[in-house]
Design a protein around this ligand. Structure first.
Ligand code: TMP
Length: 204
């Protein structure tokens, strides 16, 4: 019987610079010989990517947004994450449920109790083995986003105070997560961050 693979997630406010670090982590894990599935939320499946397009670009009620995040997650778990882990593969996801607590509860101000119900429904007893939280001042992240040159989506158009609430919620969740969430200083030089990420994902 193959061992269960590992589930690693990357989190942080928009503009924290996690994308290129995820690429490096995936390459590193593959070099170590692990079969790795690289995926993202919202998204990662055909239905999830269609929901992502709506979530990032279509104005909607905040509770619709919250429930679509979990609908996409249910599909993602069932058709991609859990089967890959069962085959002994590693799954690296750009965001998972911590993002919902940070953005929908922290940023949007929705009631946390509702999310605890949804979380239990969608993945009772299941959490990432490791989460790397890229932490950065919202003002610095905003400068990076502005410099990226691409048209901002519904979330990226939010103001600095929204991202300050998202960041606070992430850090609070990190404090409650009993070591699962490692905070990475995303304002450090890129090469330093890369070393820290590689050391962290090398789970045995
Ligand atoms: P990304 O651009 O980092 O891939 O993330 C897409 C956006 O979706 C990002 O602004 C954060 C947001 N998001 C939520 O608001 N809640 C969630 O549960 C997830 C997974 C993402």
């Amino acid at each position: 019987m193959v061992g269960r693979g590992r589930f690693i997630t990357f989190e942080g406010i928009d503009g924290a610079g996690k994308s290129s670090q995820i690429e490096a982590a995936v390459t590193h894990l593959r070099r170590l010989g692990h079969p790795v599935v690289h995926t993202r939320e919202p998204g990662g499946t055909a239905i999830g990517e269609r929901l992502r397009d709506l979530l990032l670009h279509q104005p909607m009620h905040l509770e619709t947004e919250a429930m679509l995040m979990f609908a996409a997650r249910r599909e993602h778990l069932e058709t991609l994450i859990l089967p890959a882990l069962a085959r002994g593969e590693w799954v690296v996801s750009d965001r998972f449920t911590d993002a919902t607590y940070a953005y929908q509860v922290g940023g949007r101000g929705l009631d946390r109790c509702r999310f605890e119900v949804l979380e239990r429904w969608v993945h009772a007893g299941f959490q990432p083995d490791l989460t790397l939280l890229f932490d950065i001042e919202p003002a610095i992240a905003a400068e990076r986003l502005a410099g990226a040159g691409s048209a901002p989506d519904r979330f990226e158009r939010e103001q600095v105070d929204f991202f300050a609430r998202v960041r606070k919620a992430y850090l609070e969740r990190a404090g409650e997560a009993g070591g699962r969430i490692r905070v990475i200083d995303a304002s450090a030089p890129v090469a330093v961050i890369r070393e820290r990420v590689m050391a962290a994902v090398d789970l045995r």
